[in-house]
Ligand binder design. Structure first.
Ligand code: FAD
Ligand code: MLT
Ligand code: ZN
Length: 493
């Protein structure tokens, strides 16, 4: 769909040639080079996974993928590309959901997959320094026996990389508790678009020495440079965690429930996640997590997952049980039922219902994903208005749009509004945009709460950012990357 808007790599950029390839081959180990050009001649199925995004919606045409092993190698590649005006797409785990991680034309893909070592961990301060290509789950596993947790968690944890997380300023399931990466990331090592290595890999909690340059790369989606290492604050592991899935008779109960849960659980509340009925049913249908008993969820309009993380199990359980009792025994209960996990496997399977929605939707069809910040009170209205709009266009039918689904990080005011279709078509795309962006603008929301702009939303940036801000963003891009080689066509048009 994005191709029909005429998005393409700038004509001023060059494709990788055999001469360029020979240069890269002189810097890198043979195993770090995949290319359809001679003399490497890799088969296209080796390039395909780097050219195709997670949703199967965005497709690039890179003839070469490089997988450097050191920051010096990254620097040499980037310097050459800058001199030769070759576009570069930095790629982490390629789990991004806005088409930012694959080329829009024939840019070079620079994968961080071979830069995957932990550099240091300070167990007293809880500060981890790791190569950008470390997989999030691997880092979680690394700090766990050292009694720490990563400050972020997301459904893509088995594939996404910490560098990609920082580049997208990923939010995820722990933001309510530990805040955004703008707070947790203490330092970065970045290769700038001319090949210079910017060493801001500090491990200081406090550092007020002028402009905080690293913040610019957090959420820049690879448009200002390549993150090669990250210094990040990891919180102490909670001594006790629990979760509960709550079935609600009406969406209107979500806000009062959130207020009650925040007040009653206070310091032990660590997640408040939302699924509408369609999201829950799809997760169950596709075997994500464990379904509640049929009788218990009859008549439920939506679901909320509450997680607690605290310091003493008995204390936390008492608080959670008191809350449930109060909720169920109220004159007009806010919930129909609530099922508390009794052991680690039930804990995982309750999370599976929520984390598995993305996967379930992708098994059901092709997802148009809108990741918006809007007031929580409007979540249902946004989903209903979109469904009604598609209905009015005659598109709510099995061979066009199958479902309109709402789920997300309710505690952060972030709704994932997904339209699950039989196929990606121009007719559906035209029905959804600008309709959804205008809806967001009406609520003074954001067109991207956490997934970013990528290639998908460059044309929609103005719905959430004013002209002055976009002008400054363009100036910053011009200072860092005057030749426009770094992830062209992403974030800014
Ligand atoms: P990629 O997809 O490879 O790249 C994403 C962007 O970052 C691209 O623009 C790319 O050019 C750039 N980039 C990658 N690595 C670097 C680097 N080292 N230096 C500079 N730029 C770089 N996102 C959320 O925010 N919250 C969620 O809860 C969440 N859940 C998800 C669940 C599933 C099942 C899936 C598939 C995705 C989910 N996402 C979520 C989206 C995605 O996983 C995140 O955006 C993730 O942070 C991307 O990391 P990655 O390594 O896969 O990056
Ligand atoms: C989530 O919260 O599940 C992720 O952001 C992925 C998605 O939006 O599908
Ligand atoms: Zn999310």
């Amino acid at each position: 769909a994005y191709r029909s808007r005429g998005i393409h790599a700038p004509a001023s950029l060059n494709a990788v040639t055999e001469t360029d390839l020979a240069h890269f081959a002189s810097i890198l180990a043979p195993s770090s080079v995949i290319s359809s050009l001679a003399p490497v001649n890799s088969p296209t199925d080796e390039l395909d996974p780097f050219n195709q995004d997670w949703m199967g919606r965005f497709k690039g045409n890179a003839n070469t993928v490089l997988k450097p092993k050191t920051v010096q190698e990254v620097s040499q590649i980037v310097k050459w590309c800058n001199e030769r005006r070759i576009g570069i797409v930095p790629q982490g785990g390629n789990t991004g959901l806005v088409g930012g991680s694959v080329p829009i034309g024939n840019e070079l893909v620079l994968s961080l997959a071979n830069m995957n070592k932990v550099r240091s961990f300070d167990p007293v301060a809880g500060i981890l320094v790791a190569d950008a290509g470390c997989i999030l789950q691997a880092l979680t596993d690394y700090v766990a026996p050292l009694d720490h947790v990563m400050p972020l968690d997301l459904g893509a944890k088995g594939s996404c990389q910490i560098g990609g997380n920082v580049a997208t300023n990923a939010g995820g399931l722990r933001l309510l508790r530990y805040g955004s990466l703008h707070g947790s990331v203490l330092g970065l090592e970045v290769v700038l678009p001319d090949g210079t290595i910017l060493d801001q890999l500090t491990t200081l909690r406090k550092d007020n020495t002028g402009y905080d340059l690293k913040q610019l790369f957090i959420g820049a989606e690879g448009t200002l440079g390549i993150i090669t290492a990250v210094s990040i604050l990891t919180p102490p592991a909670p001594q006790a965690t629990s979760n509960v899935i709550l079935a609600l008779p009406h969406f209107d109960n979500v806000l009062p429930l959130f207020q009650t849960v925040k007040r009653d659980l206070s310091e032990i509340l660590s997640a408040f996640e939302f699924l509408d009925r369609t999201a829950y049913d799809l997760a169950v249908k596709h075997g994500q997590g464990k379904a509640l008993d049929e009788s218990e969820v009859e008549g439920a309009q939506c679901f909320v997952l509450v997680e607690t993380s605290g310091g003493r199990r008995e204390h936390d359980e008492e608080k959670l049980n008191d809350l449930l009792e109060k909720l169920l025994e109220a004159d007009e209960p806010l919930i129909n039922t609530g099922v508390v996990s009794q052991n680690p496997s039930q804990f995982e399977s309750i999370w599976g219902l929520r984390e598995g929605v993305t996967e379930a939707i992708s098994k059901e069809g092709k997802a148009y994903k809108y990741d918006i910040s809007v007031p929580v009170a409007t979540f249902k209205d946004c989903v209903d208005a979109t469904r009604d709009h598609l209905e009015s266009k005659g598109l709510m039918r099995p061979d066009a749009v199958k479902y309109v689904v709402g789920y997300g990080h309710c505690g952060d005011g972030n709704l994932h509004l997904n339209v699950c279709a039989a196929a990606y078509t121009q007719e559906i795309a035209d029905a959804l945009e600008p309709f959804i962006y205008e809806l967001v603008q009406k609520h003074r929301g954001s067109v991207s709460a956490e997934h970013g702009i990528g290639a998908m939303k460059t044309h929609a940036l103005h719905y959430s950012k004013d002209a002055v801000s976009i002008g400054l963003m363009k100036q910053i891009k011009g200072i860092f990357d005057p030749n426009g080689i770094m992830n062209p066509g992403k974030v800014l048009e």
